[in-house]
Design a protein around this ligand. Sequence first.
Ligand code: HDD
Length: 739
Amino acid sequence: SKKSSPNPEKNAVLPAQNANKQGADEKFHQHRTDTLVAPPAPKKSASNPQRNAVLPAQHANERGAGDELHQHANEKHPALTTNQGAPISDNQNSLRATPHGPTLLEDFVLREKITHFDHERIPERIVHARGSAAHGYFELTKSLAKYTRAKILTEVGEKTPVFTRFSTVAGGAGSIDTPRDVRGFAVKFYTKEGNWDLVGNNIPVFFIQDAIKFPDLVHAVKMEPDRAFPQAATAHDTFWDFVSLMPESMHMIMWAMSDRTIPRSLRMMEGFGVHSFRLVNTEGNSIFVKFHWRPKLGIQSTVWDEAVKLQSADNDFHRRDLFEAIESGTYPEWELSVQLFTEEDAKQFPFDHEDATKLIPEELIPLTVIGRMVLDRWPDNFFAETEQVAFCPANVPPGIDFSNDPLLQGRLFSYLDTQLSRLGSPNFNQIPVNAPKCPFANLQRDGHMQMHVPKGRVNYDPSSLQGDSPREEPEGFRSAAISAEQGTKQRVRAESFADHYSQARLFFRSQSKVEQAHMASALTFELSKVGTAHVREAIVGHLRHVDQELAKRVANGLGLANLPHPPHAALPPIDMKPSPALQLIGKMKETLEGRTVGILVDDDSDAATVKALRKMVEKAGARVKLVAPKLGVKLDDGKLTGVDGQLAGTPSVLFDAVAIVLSAEAGKRLATNGSAIDFIRDAFGHLKAIAADEGGQLLLKAGRVIKDAGVFEATNAEGFVKAAKTRQWEREPKVRLLA
Ligand code: HDD
């Protein structure tokens, strides 16, 4: 190849070679076979060879047929062209006046490429900028035909394509995956009657009651404007200052300080449509509905210390987890349930269901399962799909309608508006991920980036000149015929929205003791990061309306000498019947399905023990990842075994349970290795089940792990796997001081 490469250091890495190095990940290195323009024949006798970098294809050809590294029998590369379609002969060098002279303005290849690159970024979402998404389908299992005419909710067995995006709220697009934060849970159903966007969160209530407060909430929670930190965190003055002056946020604060905001996986979160919506049937009658997603794998969270350490172990922990699950064919799945209730039911509730800071306890209105969502395809391109997808709660098919919730009403405006600046054109609906998959036609025309080429003279309605112009559809969307109440036009908050503490109390008192301790600790942690004393005190004052004991615990954690006075409450809180359904730990499913177990090995580890553990773990539906000080080890069967992670870069926070299988020699060696000690100490501290053989025990000893019911002999694979199906909560008081 030297012969043909006069200037080898300027050559790009061969794409073919690159692809080989990446290994088996077929999908992402697939070579396109569709040829746009026939590839130009490689010019072997370039008149001025110094100016031409060697074309990769040419390069590969010239290495000769025997060189396996560069052979791709099925490859048929399309020609590289400009956006105007002109084939490009040299993509390595710009056009220069002389070999050492200036670059020419004439170089349209360079200018076009750089200009496009300069404009690659679009504004990130003002909230929910960091997200991961997947394609899949929704299948209806129970018809709601009695209540709605929406086909998506009446045609049992029908599979509707969906695109679902999960997100954090506060951080930027490049921020971490595991901060304490609410998670967005947005589903776009491409129904036969138009797109339905259910734009929800993993928490069933919201911080504020009226959309007019949203910009203030978001300004307060995002990084502070003068210093531009903290990123992706609520633990700072402006957020808690706002909250302290906004008592309606107390219920959501209780959820935000619970383990719901530190999920183990996007696949293990519940989702909620939050607001009450309406279903409207063929007779025009309507009923209220709330939507709930429940994960098949059960809900699960991390512990706070684990979430913090995950930030350094893997910034993309949730994105990678979702990607790996889908790529390995273990498709994440959720059940869709509804709570249905009438105006009369609603009148009996001791709260206003059109106030988004309130939920309807399951014990009051039970959940009915109506379908399931399966996510089975990772997007082909992050930007084209995950970044450009545009959700909007106003996107509903006929048969689904809105309630008068003033938060929802504001959202109906905000999303369309934000897409105009984010995606830059009113034609964003034509982007493939946003376009309906059913026929659509109207008389909206032109605008930036118009992709359609409408035919004919008629672009108005009514018209009589063209037989195929779109016309109104009598069966189309109709709002539910709700008679409006009489009253005066005014800026007002309904009196029925005045109780801000009862449901905050309901949530706190419904939690298990462990969860209550986590909440008290989270509040203490967050407020300890608030520099302004009066803000810390004001929050503790609010907590006194929620639960005196909670207020005392937090006050103690903050070192307050006295309990601050509670603020005036417009309505004193009432005691609602605790709702165990609001728990997370209490509701956790005992399962290892979809989880990952890490086994720490080294040279001479017992191969039979590793095999037995693997068998049992895989039988439980989880996968095993081997971790070792180096990427390949020889177990005691003499076989060279590939390893999934090198110890220093694969801490135990990445796993749901760990096993340590080491020879006595390796146990001794690793007992002085910081990464190995952290591996075991963190697994223990994060309440994970641990199995260890004799060599492993040496490490346990070095990590000062005191054996308890969650620590097993490596030979007891069965006991280990059973314990791994949950966390060892009873261990927690021994390893951590909680508020
Ligand atoms: Fe919102 C994005 C969920 C209240 C204004 N919101 C956004 C996303 C989710 C939610 C999941 C990300 C969608 C995606 O993945 O692209 N938002 C909620 C929930 C709310 C809520 C569950 C309360 C129940 N939002 C809310 C209000 C307003 C907005 C009250 C404004 C008045 N939300 C927006 C937005 C965003 C957005 C600014 C930013 C990016 C986007 O819309 O596309 O318009």
